[in-house]
Design a protein around this ligand. Structure first.
Ligand code: SF4
Ligand code: SF4
Length: 326
């Protein structure tokens, strides 16, 4: 594959940002995507109208475009016209839509999971609050890779946690139900506090799902269940030049064994092993952690396309498990 795309073969195409801006941009992109998901049905970009049972895309009702008079034409050409219309409006758009995640995975690995996915962002918020309240990221016990942290401001963070556990799932329920019931209908029902069964079931169903996954399951869902994540994982894995985290193996001696990179990784990857891990979501948290330890721009990791270690090529060949401290 690398011979097909010369600029990737050179493996010099890397993404580097200041440590703080990497985290800031990730948070901005997560929040922006959540807003986008919330606003899509409100702005009629994408939703199903439950009254007319029509799919609305960019304010226009989507139909196969097969006019009744088409059926009057019994010739082969008439049949072909119906088949072509069905393919163009009924099949092709869905194939293209479903190709988004494989294509994203092929090019960027699991970047969507780390930078855009609303559920991923919610799980990270749950991690953060658990860390503040219990002094560990995991609900079920402290792991060696847990960040250092002690319980702090438990009243403040406890209040935030309770409010988040109520408001975020309900907001998610309202937003996602808006994809199948007109948002203005939902708002009217909320204001009058008079809900139809469908709206009630939609909001409560989504809210319960979000609550359970964000408290009890979190990144396990990303690793083993989420279809979008699994597709990105698979296609990113088979593409030898997809975006990934890379380690500068020529400078492994600079590693202070602070374990900052391990502790920063909420996906439980050990980036210093410098092996492609299908769970890595290219979030760059390990890049930030190592820059913090070794100095901005001196960290051992960066995001880049191509093989899992930095140039020159000999670095990759000489790499052995003993080369890095684990
Ligand atoms: S290995 Fe680094 S980039 Fe990958 S998920 Fe962990 S912290 Fe994020
Ligand atoms: S690679 Fe960087 S962050 Fe990780 S242990 Fe070594 S110095 Fe610390």
């Amino acid at each position: 594959m690398t011979h097909v795309i010369p600029f990737l073969r050179r493996q010099r195409y890397t993404i580097s940002m200041k440590q703080s801006s990497l985290t800031t941009w990730r948070r901005v992109s997560q929040v922006a995507f959540i807003l986008f998901i919330f606003l899509m049905p409100v702005l009629n970009i994408l939703r199903i109208d439950s009254d007319t049972h029509e799919l609305i895309i960019f304010g226009v009702s989507w139909s196969f475009g097969i006019q009744p008079e088409y059926f009057a034409d019994r010739s082969a050409l008439g049949g072909l016209r119906i088949a072509a219309q069905f393919f163009l409006k009924g099949i092709l758009p869905w194939v293209l839509f479903l190709a988004i995640f494989p294509l994203l995975g092929w090019l960027t690995g699991r970047l969507f999971c780390g930078w855009l996915c609303p559920e991923g962002a919610l799980f990270e918020l749950s991690d953060f609050l658990t860390l503040k309240l219990l002094g560990r990221r995991n609900l079920y016990g402290k792991r060696p890779s847990d960040p250092d942290g002690a319980k702090e401001k438990t009243l403040l963070y406890g209040t935030i946690a309770v409010l988040s556990a109520i408001l975020i799932p309900l907001a998610g329920g309202v937003a996602l139900t808006g994809y199948i019931v007109a948002p203005k209908t939902i708002w009217h029902q909320i204001v009058t506090w008079d809900f139809t069964f469908g709206v009630k079931a939609g909001i409560i169903g989504v809210a319960v799902y979000m609550l359970i996954t964000s408290i009890l399951v979190r990144h396990v869902l990303c690793r083993y269940v989420c279809a979008a994540g699994l597709m990105q994982m698979l296609f990113g894995w088979v593409n030898p030049v997809s975006l990934r985290i890379k380690m500068d193996t020529a400078r492994t001696a600079d590693c202070t064994d602070c374990k900052g990179c391990d502790k920063a990784c909420f996906m439980n990857v050990t980036p210093r092993k410098n092996k492609r891990d299908i769970s890595c979501v290219n979030c760059g948290a390990c890049v930030v952690a190592c820059n913090k330890e070794l100095g901005t721009g001196k960290g051992l990791f960066h995001l880049g396309f191509g093989k899992g270690c930095a140039l020159p090529e000999e670095n990759c060949r000489n790499l052995s498990p003993e080369t890095v401290k684990t």
